[in-house]
Design a protein around this ligand. Structure first.
Ligand SMILES: [Zn+2]
Length: 528
């Protein structure tokens, strides 16, 4: 058997040599030290607790997020890294200080609802009848004009309840990963989402002005998750001072919302009392990113980046989205430092803000260090939030452009890393396969040609810098925690975070130490 095995090995070597494929080097000595630090001396759960429960919710522009940036900067510095904050223009800061809703009739009962971010307060308790009104088009606004003074408006129908046996917790199965490795040619639907956004934003502005003019007290929408979860972001309320603020916008637990609709259907008009207090922070208008360098050696001017977003929504404590993964990024840098592994290239960690408002932090970094594109002059585009605007050309590289090897992002919930999306970059597939092979025992060696969206790696790709997001186990992210009031420390699994930190440390170590920068795709010439 042994002979046969070595014969196969010999054939493999000869084949590799004859096809001209150089083996991607893997530093198993470093991996042993990384695993020892990450599994036997982990600090990741304490880091995660500091970010989530010591600091609290971290809406961009809020004092807590700034506190989190300062804490992460100090922590990096205590480990001997060079760390700093970079600022950019963001908009108004906002925190909610009180949110109480109760039914007054047909009977008295407290209800559970939370405000959208950047919504206005009620200026003390207000009382009014509940009205169900569809306000989805300009015709709707005309139809309801003059009929909503002093009302609390339900904006949607009752929601179909989720199936009681719906799967709320999932990990990737082997079959699922195999399917993910099979490439699907994308359809030709580039940029369509921008058109949809444009339409939606234009209408939301009209709706906000309408609600103010009509003297509506508040609007209520149902949570998009059942079982008492309140899933709320900030879709209509806005952080920019020059747009109509609208009225107090609340999201209510689905079950309680449905009850209000059913009472109205039976011609019983509920009456509610709402008391929402918010605080604005308008002086500064800035948001920040934490940046921390683990100094390189002979290639120190070249950069490998790793990061995730530190900002969260305002109702939970932003644990699975994305405080836990920020702890993983911190821990990966700590592991390398404490394992005594000095990289050849500088490894730069970035903890972004403004991700939830459209990758604002990472885009500000890119504009400052990597590449710029012309500002649009189209007034229609200027009315949109920056991330939703049509992309412009040419892309003008800055000096840092040729010095960055790649950016690795972690932000798909806090399930462990199972592999990586190679973003249609065929040249990088064998490199990733080589780096992840030593983590087959952790089920983390899947490499797919597919690209993925929705996280801070995307803006890097938009200017032609390799940006990657890992494949992660979903766990209860989409079922429960994503953008909901239970996005809390309780939903972080210590083993998952430890595995992710070890794998991440190994990936950035190998990227920092290989002879060449990582291969790039052609410069983008089409909007995405
Ligand atoms: Zn996120």
């Amino acid at each position: 058997m042994r002979c046969l095995k070595s014969l196969f090995f010999l054939v493999a070597i000869v084949l590799a040599a004859s096809t001209g494929i150089a083996e991607e080097p893997v530093d198993r000595g470093a991996i042993t030290r990384i695993r020892d630090q990450g599994f036997n001396h982990s600090q990741v759960m304490d880091l995660a607790w500091q970010i989530t429960e010591a600091v609290g919710p971290r809406l961009t522009g809020s004092p807590q997020l700034l506190q989190a940036h300062e804490w992460t900067k100090t922590t990096f510095e205590e480990w001997g890294l060079n760390a700093w904050l970079e600022d950019y223009e963001f908009g108004r800061g906002w925190v909610v200080e009180r949110a109480q809703v109760r039914m007054l009739s047909p009977y008295i009962q407290p209800l559970e609802a939370l405000p959208e971010a950047w919504t206005t307060g009620t200026d003390g308790p207000v009382q009014g009848p509940v009205v169900r009104a569809n306000l989805e088009s300009e015709e709707d606004l005309e139809e309801w004009s003059g009929k909503l003074q002093g009302a609390i408006v339900l904006l949607e129908d009752a929601q179909e309840p989720e199936q009681v046996d719906a799967v709320l917790f999932e990990r990737w199965s082997e079959d699922g990963l195999e399917e993910l490795r099979q490439y699907d040619i994308p359809g030709d639907r580039r940029g369509e989402w921008r058109q949809r956004m444009l339409k939606r934003f234009k209408f939301w502005e009209k709706l906000a002005a309408f609600l103010e003019e009509e003297g509506v007290l508040a609007t209520i929408e149902p949570s998009s998750r059942d079982n008492g979860l309140v899933r709320v972001t900030g879709k209509r309320s806005n952080k920019d001072g020059d747009r109509p603020r609208g009225v107090t916008a609340l999201t209510m637990t689905t079950e309680q919302y449905n009850r209000l609709v059913r009472l109205l259907d039976k011609e019983i008009e509920p009456k509610l009392e709402i008391d929402v207090a918010v605080r604005w922070f308008e002086e500064d208008g800035k948001a920040y990113n934490t940046i921390a360098d683990l100094q390189g050696s002979d290639l120190a001017d070249q950069i490998v980046m790793v990061g995730g977003h530190l900002d969260s929504w305002h109702t939970g404590t932003g644990a699975t989205d994305n405080g836990g993964n920020c702890a993983v990024v911190l821990e990966a840098q700590r592991i390398l430092k404490d394992a005594g592994l000095q990289p050849r290239r500088t490894i730069r960690a970035a903890l972004w803000s403004g991700e939830e408002q459209g990758y604002m932090g990472s885009r500000a970094y890119i504009e400052r260090h990597l590449a710029t594109r012309p500002e649009t002059t189209d007034p229609e585009q200027l009315a949109l939030p920056t991330f939703a605007r049509e992309q412009t050309w040419p892309i003008e590289p800055l000096p840092g452009y040729s010095e960055i090897s790649a950016y690795f992002n972690i932000d798909n919930g806090c399930g462990q890393i199972r592999g990586i999306y190679s973003e249609e970059n065929a040249a990088i597939v064998p490199i990733f396969e080589a780096w992840l092979e030593p983590f087959a025992d952790l089920g983390a060696d899947s490499v797919t040609m597919e690209k993925t969206g929705g996280t801070d790696h995307q803006p890097f790709g938009w200017v032609g810098v390799p940006g990657f997001q890992f494949i992660q186990d979903e766990m209860d992210y989409m079922g429960r925690t994503h953008h909901s009031n239970v996005d809390t420390y309780d939903h972080l699994d210590p083993e998952d975070l430890k595995k992710s930190a070890v794998i991440l440390a190994a990936v950035i170590w190998h990227a920092a130490n290989r002879d060449e920068l990582l291969p790039r795709k052609p410069m983008p010439t089409e909007p995405e």
